[in-house]
Design a protein around this ligand. Sequence first.
Ligand code: ATP
Ligand code: MG
Length: 574
Amino acid sequence: MGNTNYNSAESDPGEAKPESLDFIREIVADDLANGRHASTVTRFPPEPNGYLHIGHAKSICLNFGIAQENKGGICHLRFDDTNPAKEDIEYVDSIKEDVQWLGFDWGKNIFFASDYFEKLYAFAVELIETGKAFVCELTLEEIAEHRGTPTRPGTNSPFRDRSPEENLALFQRMRDGEFADGTRVLRARIDMASPNLHMRDPVLYRIRKVPHHRTGSQWCLYPMYDFTHCLSDSIEGITHSLCTLEFEVHRPLYDWVLDNVTIDRRPRQIEFARLSLTYTVLSKRRLLTLVEEGRVSGWDDPRMPTLSGLRRRGYTPSGIRAFCKTIGMTKFNSLTDVALLEHSIRHDLNDTTPRRLAVLRPLKVVITNFDAGAVEELEAPNHPKNPEAGSRTVPFTREIYVERDDFMEDPPSKFHRLGPGREVRLRFAYFITCNEVIRNAAGEVTELHCTYDPETRGGNAPDGRKVKGTIHWVSAAHAHEAEVRLYDRLFTVEDPNREEDGKTYLDYLNPNSLEVLRDARLEPGLANAAPGERFQFERSGYFCADTVDSQPGKPVFNRTVTLRDAWAKKQKKG
Ligand code: ATP
Ligand code: MG
């Protein structure tokens, strides 16, 4: 049956192999098997009015994925740029960058709906000529009032029965800029009693005396989405026009337009559920507000669900693609746990990311029986399960830093790390025992005095003595000071989109979504990390050198994701 191989995906390790086709791929396979189409042409049609987010990634993976999976399949990148007031070239550029970064290539198939303005105008003229569209002088509010409700039919516009000649002349004058914004629109002449409100003489064109980022001031008349989209699909020879569920009710209009103009290629619209994530907002309007109000540092703030934010945070394209494959395609809207996205990234990073030692909140340890001035170079593998990743050496000296959290003055029995009189293993190094706790005048612990057992080099005692805990460390003299940014979820509630009790998503912002540690100590090699380079800091998480603020010699690291799902633990406790 059809062409259903998944070669391109299988060659990517770490991505799950699909068990069966989703309902869209089934339709596609069927169309190919029945000869309805020789191959597939899909499109990803962003409006350049914001940056792409993880929801768009679902659509990109679907549309470009189908092109890759089917012989001869292609996917267009089409900018749906019909609303000049909100669109910008900055967004066009960022969208291109993000699609490429995700791993997809549109080749020469990049299009702009604005390139079709002349053709679309001609289609509108055809509708007017056949009596299927008219110029209406009601205001938008009046049009809304006339529309009726799902149970009450609308009323016809008093301008509905103008002659085609009269309409053609008026439409031309609209194009010529003779009328002010909002004074006239072009409407389809369908059925004001249709149970589908979208079919009640919908607006096709409106006047907007706003310059367009591509066509300049050539047009003051802009086509609406429902008119533009189906015709752009037909002009480009799209076979399967895949969109989110809210367009299901627009489908009769999509088909009506195509049925009532002269076209030679007939696309089919199929709807799927949009991605919604817990603890996340994915509406471009809301994301824009977060940026404009300075709630985040920009579209690429690492807490943003934008592709540019996730990239800066350290997410990998393959991890995001694997996530999109995992969630699959359905016909009903639901909320996906953001932990699943985090899991996909963690899983993707695990196999490939080199391990390093970094102490985020340092506490000094003096190893009193180790020679001052002596330096021992200890071998440390770069990956615990992958010998091909090689190894490096880390310097061990009399003074080291350990994680403040790895010491407890009065530890409970389940705490297997450092405490007075307790012995632990230093990763790749020796067993040490804590003998003395040093405090400042305020009573705070400032230093631990420990002794090491020289017999335990490499982490094992010849006498078979066991320790339960292994902690990470760095040599104080060699460590590099760095800024580390710990990110957490941007919202404190599962569904920040739900508006209740007069609250909006802005009321649910997590005040602790960013913690900046300025005093972290890194093992020496990390000082020269290249921006964008990723590491696992042992026992802490995956980190990525910030692409904006990090410089070799002065690194800044972003925490991509913790090693375990800290929220699941918190919820269980709570
Ligand atoms: P938003 O609602 O966030 O403003 P949009 O739908 O207006 O997004 P577009 O630029 O029109 O954004 O979207 C481009 C494509 O991406 C469309 O085909 C749209 O259906 C799809 N898309 C947008 N958001 C999601 C999502 N959350 N899940 C899946 N697909 C999405
Ligand atoms: Mg849209």
